[in-house]
Design a protein around this ligand. Structure first.
Ligand code: NDP
Length: 394
């Protein structure tokens, strides 16, 4: 019997995880669910609890405690709300934890799982971008095995046979919905257009990140912290078919890649069954019908976010903390209709520039504690809000 918990069970990755668990249980796999969490979507939480039968469910919004208790009554589980309840979900005993809360809100619940040495399936890339070196250090100290779920990092993890013999990594990028769009069209893009990803069905924040290519920049930072390679050793290539999920180039000229249909259940089931593999009914890759695989260099003039992320990675962990926070605020402002699509990257760049020499919270120095991470994160959010506010008013 394995015990698992799912942080962010109501989201896109969370729902795919529920499907994987149900399928493995249907094959006779004994998987007990300890804890699940949601932000505020109670109906999706109730549905997940009916299907998974967890012992504990938490919602992020403390004001929803009474509603959540009423909605989940009769399902024979404990219910909590607020930040401490989310952390409790990560801290309760389980062998494996899916970290699929969106944004830096996932950091502390995930750290609760890391601190007790659980296997942590990491979909939430913002944890690493926000607190990478401290997060990796804590995982090593507490013996928490990190299992990358982001499809690119999962691909690298699958073919990283000789880490000390790697020349470079190449992350693939679909190019997002605006790969062939003009700058004029991008300037006028609506949130729904930005969220209409051609290959993957995902939550709205990561969909916007994919449209700006910020997502690929965040993944570059994630890969650097996770696998220990500098920015210069990580390339990005646009691959619109989303069949090759990344490449590892070795010193002898060999290049290994992982391929598969663009379906998050594949990296999820790999992380859940690692170091074994489990059968699952995902769509099979039919190379004949794919026909050809194409690759092109990213257009960094149209998508400056990639270079902004690369630059932040070179500047250090303070800069990547600030970048992730500023981007969350900018994406939220875009989704709320307060700023335009092209403002997102501009706000992130401006926020980083403003924070360069900002006294105690300067991003020029790497945070040495999670409290320092929180201080930089908060200052970056305030700065990005101010810049977004002035753009909205203009
Ligand atoms: P979704 O927006 O679909 O889901 C986010 C989850 O987080 C939901 O359960 C949501 O609850 C919960 N949540 C939102 N805000 C808070 C909060 N403040 N505190 C606690 N919980 C909160 O996101 P995705 O599933 O698409 O993405 C999740 C993470 O996985 C992201 O970091 C993303 O970058 C990463 N990822 C996603 C991929 C994908 O295919 N979707 C691929 C690779 C990585 P509620 O539903 O109640 O709002």
């Amino acid at each position: 019997m394995r015990t698992v918990s799912i942080l962010g069970v109501t989201g896109s990755v969370g729902q795919s995880t529920v499907q994987v668990i149900e399928e493995l249980r249907g094959q006779g796999g004994e998987i007990a669910v300890e804890a699940v969490t949601a932000g505020s979507n109670l109906s999706a939480l109730v549905d997940a609890c009916r299907r998974l039968k967890p012992r504990f469910a938490a919602v992020a919004d403390p004001a929803l405690l009474t509603h959540a208790r009423e909605a989940l009554a009769g399902l024979n589980l404990e219910v909590g709300a607020g930040p401490a309840a989310l952390e409790e979900a990560g801290a309760r005993p389980s062998d494996w934890v899916m970290s699929a809360i969106v944004g830096a809100a996932g950091l502390h619940p995930t750290m609760a799982a890391v601190r007790r040495g659980a296997a942590v399936a990491l979909a939430n890339k913002e944890c690493l971008v926000c607190a990478g070196p401290l997060f990796i250090e804590a995982a090593a100290k507490h013996g928490a095995r990190l299992l990358p779920v982001d499809s690119e990092h999962n691909a690298i993890f699958q073919v990283l046979t000789h880490p000390e013999r790697v020349e470079k990594l190449t992350l693939t990028a679909s190019g997002g919905p605006f790969r062939s769009a003009s700058l004029e069209a991008m300037a006028a893009a609506t949130p729904d257009q930005a969220c209409a990803h051609p290959r993957w069905s995902m939550g709205r924040k990561i969909s916007v990140d994919s449209a700006t290519l910020m997502n690929k920049g965040l993944e570059l930072i994630e890969a650097s912290y996770l696998f220990g390679f500098p920015s210069e050793s990580i390339d990005v290539i646009v691959h619109p078919e989303s069949v090759v999920h990344s490449f590892v180039h070795y010193v002898d000229g060999s290049v290994l890649a992982q391929l598969g249909a663009p379906d998050m259940r594949i990296p999820i089931v790999y992380a859940l069954s690692w170091p074994d593999r489990a059968p699952i009914s995902t769509p099979r890759l039919d190379l004949g019908s794919v026909g050809s695989l194409t690759f092109e260099a990213p257009d960094t003039a149209k998508f400056p976010a990639l270079e902004v992320c690369r630059d932040a990675l070179r500047r250090g962990a303070g800069a990547t903390t600030a970048l992730s926070a500023a981007n969350e605020i900018a994406v939220e402002a875009f989704l709320d209709g307060r700023i335009r699509f092209l403002d997102i990257c501009h706000i992130v760049e401006e926020s980083l520039a403003a924070l360069e020499g900002n006294g105690a919270a300067s991003i020029a120095k790497s945070p040495t504690s999670f409290d320092e991470v929180a201080a930089v994160d908060q200052t970056a959010r305030d700065t990005a809000r101010r810049i977004a506010g002035s753009l909205a008013a203009a």
